[in-house]
Design a protein around this ligand. Structure first.
Ligand SMILES: Cc1cc2nc3c(=O)[nH]c(=O)nc-3n(C[C@H](O)[C@H](O)[C@H](O)COP(=O)(O)OP(=O)(O)OC[C@H]3O[C@@H](n4cnc5c(N)ncnc54)[C@H](O)[C@@H]3O)c2cc1C
Length: 533
């Protein structure tokens, strides 16, 4: 696409207002660049605002992370990510904490270390049992720029901190009055809080953030043979127009909210997408139009999901990730033969991969009993309220199996075997509860193995578990400064990509809680700095 006359001009245009885009905008604006963020949706924040907001920063120098080092983190990540892109791994390890310090210096965001939150692969050398993941300190919307009130809010949102969750865990202990008061006062945590604080920093540093403005193409001139970026084409409610820019950062998120792309490019992830509905893959279109290489298209950040009725984002049904529910006692997940197929408590990315290995057409169900219902949370379920439509009950296991189309004999045998493991305290099939990660999501107040507990109190319940994705990982190939590369391997002058729009080097790996935001923010930061030069 060739540019002609521009209606307005910026040094840096960032497409996408998620964590990657806003960190890029913050870095560019603080560096003195005239910076515009364009966001296609009517609200700010994309999937980042719908997320937990945890950020994984290895070798971060906090006392809770003592003993960690660049070398240890390198060693760990070499087993998780794609070592063909070793330079990206090394850069991430060394720049993630620098990005974190920059964000804290130039925005109201404050990272709160999670000392007990383990990495996802406890069996890999270099894994830690805590101290690499950071939560979001509560932010007060009243103290932020007015646009912070336009940040997306996920369905069922509650402004709880990670430390509070660790303390309270289950519905009976949650201080609902405190959380309601925070909501009313404008105090926010999680991804919403992270995005609001990043937005505040970027706007105060001089960036302009425009919603309802969709990138439709990147304009290039005729410099350097391959062309250099001259601006963007955008679509607003008033039609299409061009905006001039020396640099463009593609931070438009994943592509999996576009059904056609998800079905075509993510064969393993045919299930459901929890990306913001506006994450529809414009970065792939731009790469295609400019003839740029893309990589890692079939991979995603995998997550098993529930589909509670009535949860909507942008008017579209929105699933809920199942992270904590799979670690507690009194539940298992079975396939249609009534058989378990994985340690239910594994990190969600690994659970997702186990779901991909199910036979085509097979289905998965979380099976639990009345004891689970009384104590543990599940989306849409209360101990004594009406049963939501996505959960089925049966007075006995055979009835339940019949209602969900699961083999009753298989289910009966599996539950009997499971209850035997619970009596013994060891899951001989999958070793559930046998490592620090599993244990973290177990019930800490239960004696013995925190993840095991029998399914023996009627009535029994089942909830369908869907294979899902919280973001695709394929996009334009970049270098360690976030610069988009041409087929010849040289940077296309002025073009950058960050976040899920460009997360090609992460392969199928997920090292620990907060890694997706950390990768996006780190390379967004580096792209923003470079773009402003
Ligand atoms: C429920 C849930 C919880 C999660 N929790 C965590 C967590 O705690 N920690 C973690 O690390 N990860 C978490 N994730 C994953 C994480 O949220 C994503 O990987 C991350 O937000 C991606 O950030 P991004 O900036 O690349 O994209 P996004 O945040 O999705 O931002 C992309 C933005 O680009 C906009 N856009 C798209 N197309 C255009 C266009 N044509 N023009 C202009 N704008 C456009 C979109 O509207 C969107 O606002 C979670 C995900 C989910 C669903």
């Amino acid at each position: 696409m060739r540019g002609t006359s521009m209606s307005e001009t910026y040094d840096v245009v960032v497409a996408g207002s998620g964590a990657a885009g806003l960190t890029a905008a913050l870095a560019a604006a603080v560096s003195g660049a005239r910076t515009l963020v364009i966001e296609s949706a009517s609200e700010i924040g994309g999937t980042s605002a719908l997320s937990g907001g945890r950020v994984w920063l290895p070798a971060n120098g906090t006392p809770e992370n003592a003993g960690d080092s660049d070398e240890l983190a390198d060693r760990y990540l070499d087993q998780v990510f794609d070592t063909r892109y070793e330079a990206m791994i090394r850069t991430f390890v060394r720049e993630a904490r620098v990005m974190g310090a920059f964000v804290e210096k130039h925005s109201p965001h404050r990272f709160v270390v999670c000392p007990n939150y383990p990495d996802y692969h406890q069996d890999y050398p270099g894994a830690t049992r805590g101290g690499r993941c950071f939560d979001v300190a509560p932010v007060d919307l009243n103290e932020l720029v007015p646009q912070a009130r336009s940040v997306r809010q996920p369905p069922g949102y509650s402004p709880i901190t990670h430390a509070e969750w660790e303390r309270w865990r289950y519905p009976a202990a949650i201080d609902h009055d405190l959380l309601a008061a925070r909501m009313a006062q404008g105090i926010r945590t999680g991804g919403l809080g992270l995005v609001a604080a990043l937005l505040d920093g970027a706007v105060r540093a001089g960036a302009t953030v425009r919603t309802g403005t969709a990138l439709t193409g990147v304009l290039t001139g005729v410099l350097a043979g391959g062309g250099a970026v001259t601006g963007v084409r955008v679509r607003t409610g008033d039609g299409e127009r061009t905006i001039g820019a020396s640099s463009v950062v593609l931070a438009t998120g994943a592509f999996d909210a576009a059904d056609e792309l998800r079905h075509r490019l993510l064969p393993a992830g045919l299930g459901v997408s929890a990306s913001a509905p506006s994450d529809t893959g414009i970065a792939l279109t731009v790469a295609d139009e400019l003839g740029l290489p893309v990589d890692n298209l079939p991979e995603g950040w995998w997550m098993p999901m529930a589909r509670p009725e009535g949860d909507l984002v942008d008017g579209v049904p929105y699933p809920r990730g199942l992270v904590r529910e799979r670690g507690v006692p009194r539940q298992i997940v079975v396939n249609r033969q009534g058989r378990r197929f994985v340690d239910e408590a594994v990190p969600y990315n690994e659970f997702g991969k186990a779901m991909h290995r199910l036979e085509p057409g097979d289905e998965a169900y979380l099976i639990f009993d009345e004891g689970f219902r009384e104590r543990y949370p599940l989306p849409g379920l209360t101990p004594d309220g009406p049963l939501p439509g996505h959960i089925v009950a049966g007075e006995d296991l055979a009835t339940l199996a019949g209602r969900i189309g699961v083999d009753p004999d298989g289910l009966a045998a599996t539950v009997e075997r499971w209850n035997g493991f619970c009596a013994e305290g060891v899951d001989h099939d999958f070793r559930r509860g046998g490592n620090a990660y599993d244990d973290y999501y177990g019930d800490p107040w239960q004696e013995g193995n925190h993840c095991l507990g029998p399914i023996d109190r009627a009535p029994y319940y089942a909830m369908r578990v869907y294979s899902g994705v919280i973001g695709s990982k394929g996009g334009p190939v970049t270098d360690t400064a976030g610069r988009a590369l041409t087929r010849e391997g040289s940077p296309l002058p002025g073009l950058y990509a960050a976040g899920n729009a460009a997360a090609f080097w992460t392969r199928d790996g997920y090292p620990g809680p907060g890694a997706t935001l950390a990768v996006g923010m780190t390379f967004g930061y580096l792209a923003g700095l470079d773009a402003a030069r």
